[in-house]
Design a protein around this ligand. Structure first.
Ligand code: AMP
Length: 384
């Protein structure tokens, strides 16, 4: 089976690594160069997207910010899974909010801003503080502004206006203004849906962000009510999109209630722990769904966590001496804050996982993993 992935980053690479044993060959479309490459070596295989489409039995995507023309060509081939509509929803916060409303799913109070009049209206209708997010081209905390009180409004409007003037691929820009949610924690649900409509989800994952970027994910073992609430949201969104593949949903948890923050129509960073912690990892399950193979079990094998390596191209080798620890590099060149790799770690129970996380936090340099130590210490405390 041959699959073309739109995007040639670490997610395409991990898909290729995961499905080689199933005899699924992955080629990746590098949107920057317009060529089709081997996702591991990045050697060019085809010079044109059309050759990649011809090669593929199925086409999928590793990111949602793909230009609409490319999506249209792939959709027209009849091979694209999930559909271009589902991919576009993940890349445009306006469509995402429409979807959440249509599915009756709880999310933060918000308003769409395309003009100064909309901005002024949002300041009156929503209560402070606000977070303003670019509708297009924003991810990992980029294209976002925080407004604590009205005194900052004029300055922030000038910034937003400059951002609008930059334009995005000829599409009209907008910003979604959201009320800040006083959440207890951030969690996410990663799950798979096949073409028959069957769904399987992984255990919820508790996520910690540093400067708006995911830094640590820990699979949550048992909270049946919360898991059921998240699964219901997953099923309604996946059904509405007639989704095929892995879909990730990020939530804010307030008490026992979940509010959707955003959805990602793809394998997700908060699901990387599944490589060592679940029966079938998210990368394999994505390709199983896309290629019409039966979904694999999403059960947790052992409590597991993932630590992102941001902006570093080396870590001390001694981390590999910590039991049940694996290291995954993405083969990318070093840039400040860039996702360069991740570390997965598991334990026989949550206490052992917490102890191993603490060992790792002691070995990793605080300069690059500055919030890791306090976060894993608070996780350990949460267990006792
Ligand atoms: P996003 O790009 O929407 O995932 O936002 C990045 C991070 O900003 C989230 O993971 C949260 O930590 C924070 N954030 C985003 N939206 C809100 C909100 N409405 N209330 C509180 N924090 C938020």
């Amino acid at each position: 089976m041959n699959v073309l992935v739109l995007g040639a980053g670490q997610l395409a690479r991990m898909m290729a690594l995961a499905v080689k044993p199933l005899n699924i060959n992955i080629r990746a479309f590098d949107v920057g160069s317009g060529t089709v490459v081997d996702p591991l070596s990045t050697d060019i295989i085809f010079g044109e997207l059309t050759q990649g489409i011809e090669f593929a039995d199925f086409i999928t995507a590793e990111f949602e910010h793909i230009d609409h023309q490319t999506l249209a060509i792939c959709q027209a081939s009849g091979k694209l899974r999930p559909s271009s509509q589902a991919i576009k929803v993940g890349g445009d916060r306006r469509l995402e909010k429409d979807l959440l409303i249509k599915c009756g799913v709880a999310n933060a109070q918000h308003q769409i801003i395309a003009t100064k009049a909309d901005f002024d209206q949002a300041l009156n209708n929503l209560s402070m503080p606000l977070i303003l997010k670019s509708a297009l081209a924003g991810y990992d905390g980029k294209g976002q502004w925080r407004l604590k009180d009205k005194a900052q409004a004029e300055d922030i409007w000038l910034d937003i206006k400059a951002f609008f003037d930059g334009g995005v691929q000829g599409l009209q820009h907008a910003v979604v203004a959201e009320q800040m949610v006083p959440f207890d924690r951030e969690v996410s649900l990663v799950g798979a849906r096949d073409s028959q409509g069957n769904t399987l989800v992984y255990p919820l994952t508790q996520n910690h962000h540093t400067n708006g970027v995911l830094s640590v994910s820990i699979a949550i073992q048992i909270d049946e009510a919360l898991q059921a609430q998240a699964k219901q949201v997953f099923d309604s969104i996946a059904k509405e999109l007639n989704y095929i593949g892995i879909l990730a949903i990020e939530f804010f948890q307030i008490g026992e209630q979940l509010l959707v923050n955003e959805i990602a129509p793809r394998v997700h960073n908060s699901g990387h722990w599944t490589q060592q912690g679940a029966d079938t990892c998210q990368f394999e399950n994505h390709l199983r769904a896309v290629c019409d193979l039966p979904l694999g079990s999403t059960e947790l094998i052992r409590p597991s966590a993932m630590i992102n390596i941001l902006g570093e191209d080396e870590v001390p080798n001694e981390i590999l001496s910590v039991a049940s620890t694996t290291l995954h590099w993405y083969g990318k060149s070093k840039r400040p804050g860039r996702k360069m790799g991740h570390i997965n770690v598991s334990g026989n129970d949550e206490k052992q996982l917490a102890e191993r996380l603490i060992l790792l936090a002691d070995m990793l340099p605080e300069t690059a993993f500055d919030e890791l130590k306090p976060y894993v210490a608070s996780y350990k405390k949460q267990l006792s």
